[in-house]
Design a protein around this ligand. Structure first.
Ligand code: NAD
Ligand code: UD1
Length: 346
């Protein structure tokens, strides 16, 4: 039985109960799309669907499924006939990918192939893909433009690069296929109402979740990985981008994918570099008290400085990040302090 032959155009959101996916579901619904989430909830929970509904007023359709399960993905596509997919589902820890590369190629590469096979069952694929700025590796020039050489330094980064290459080949073979590949810089923040944010099942390695743990007293101090980089204050510089800005960019990307075939690769960042210590200060302002930190050794594999050239996103998507660092920290802190069905993060 086909569930939705009419009604708003339905978007399959793989990984839609995850961090970026859940915020995107809210924005898709608010933009008038129907949303079908497919997720195996290995790094999220079904409770996220209620958090989405509490904001948007509508609970997305949900299928608990693994993107690597060909039969399940085919059945979902046959049943719901989504007009496009946004493919968030995957694993994302650089450190884990070094220890267990096969897990990364399996989830990220095999999972993408299976989803693509399902999405081509009733015509050409229409897909928005979650890639990462990590595909660039050590930058030759800044800001990073999409044409910069790709030299990812981990299995995670290489798994993203391989999928990008597969998608380009698909669009060469099928002129009606439509792909928008989005390279995220450093996604942070939460929905401003406090009910939706980053709620992974383990403790993430990234800076922002650690700041939240220190601010809420769950960790004694932040370890700052190195203050001897060639940057203004010696700490690493990144392009932090608010998750709501990212979510809005996905709505624009899916519209672009639906309108014109071909492959487009687009950076999603603000274009502004922010140091670790600047982010510590901004978070201290948001939570209203100083955050203890200690300088420790550099973390292996860290690049001193990178930030996006956001020009192509502006040109192709009509999208520019609107939210600044203080809003990122305020919203992150509000989520930590809002009692929700998702529980307290970290
Ligand atoms: P997340 O872990 O919060 O969300 C991923 C979701 O996918 C989770 O809900 C998880 O349960 C699900 N999932 C994982 N493997 C699956 C599988 N095989 N089948 C079905 N569901 C599966 O991660 P996120 O931060 O929302 O990231 C979303 C995407 O964006 C990922 O592909 C990630 O690599 C990419 N990305 C994230 C960041 C970041 O910093 N968050 C940066 C660059 C790129
Ligand atoms: C990491 C991933 C990248 C991914 C990105 C966003 C690596 C090498 N890269 O990037 O693939 O796309 O996350 O999810 O892991 N820091 C501290 N103390 C901490 C944690 C971090 O000082 O406890 C510093 C790091 O050294 C870095 C900065 O904060 O300079 C940002 O770190 P993080 O949030 O992990 O992001 P990236 O390393 O940029």
């Amino acid at each position: 039985m086909i569930v939705q032959p009419s009604g708003p155009p339905l978007i399959l959101v793989s990984g839609g109960t995850g961090y970026i996916g859940s915020h995107t579901c809210v924005c898709l619904q608010q933009a008038g799309f129907g949303v079908l989430v497919g997720d195996n909830v290995t790094n999220s929970s079904e409770g996220v669907l209620s958090a989405i509904a509490a904001i948007s007023g509508r609970r997305p359709l949900f299928e608990q499924a693994d993107v690597r399960d060909a039969a399940a993905m085919a059945a979902i596509v046959d049943r719901y006939r989504p007009v496009a997919a946004i493919h968030f589902a995957g694993v994302k820890s650089v450190a884990e990918s070094v220890r267990d590369p096969l897990k990364y190629y399996d989830n990220n590469v095999s999972g993408s192939l299976t989803l693509l096979a399902a999405m081509t069952r009733h015509g050409s694929a229409c897909l928005v893909f979650s890639s990462s700025a990590t595909v660039y590796g050590e930058p030759d020039t800044l800001p990073l433009q999409e044409g910069h050489p790709l030299r990812p330094e981990s299995a995670y980064g290489r798994s993203k690069m391989v999928v990008e290459l597969i998608l380009a080949d698909l669009c060469t073979a099928d002129p009606d296929a439509s792909v928008v590949t989005l390279r995220y810089f450093n996604p942070v923040g939460a929905h401003p109402d406090g009910g939706l944010g980053e709620s992974p099942l383990g403790i993430p390695e990234n800076l922002m979740p650690h700041l939240g743990r220190v601010a809420s007293g769950k960790a004694a101090a932040l370890s700052v990985f190195g203050d001897d980089y060639p940057t203004p204050d010696g700490t690493c510089v990144r392009d932090y981008v608010h998750v709501m800005d990212l979510a809005e960019a996905h709505v624009a990307a899916v519209r672009l994918a639906l309108q014109c075939p071909g492959v487009r690769v687009i950076n999603l960042g603000t274009g502004l570099g922010v140091s670790v210590l600047s982010l510590v200060r901004a978070y201290a302002t948001a939570c209203g008290h100083p955050l203890p930190y200690q300088i420790v050794a550099r973390r292996a594999g860290d690049v001193a400085c990178y930030y996006a050239d956001p020009e192509r996103a502006s040109h192709l998507l009509g999208w520019t990040a609107r939210r600044g660092v203080s809003e990122m920290c305020d919203d992150s802190w509000r989520f930590i302090n809002t009692p929700t069905a998702l529980g307290s993060p970290g």
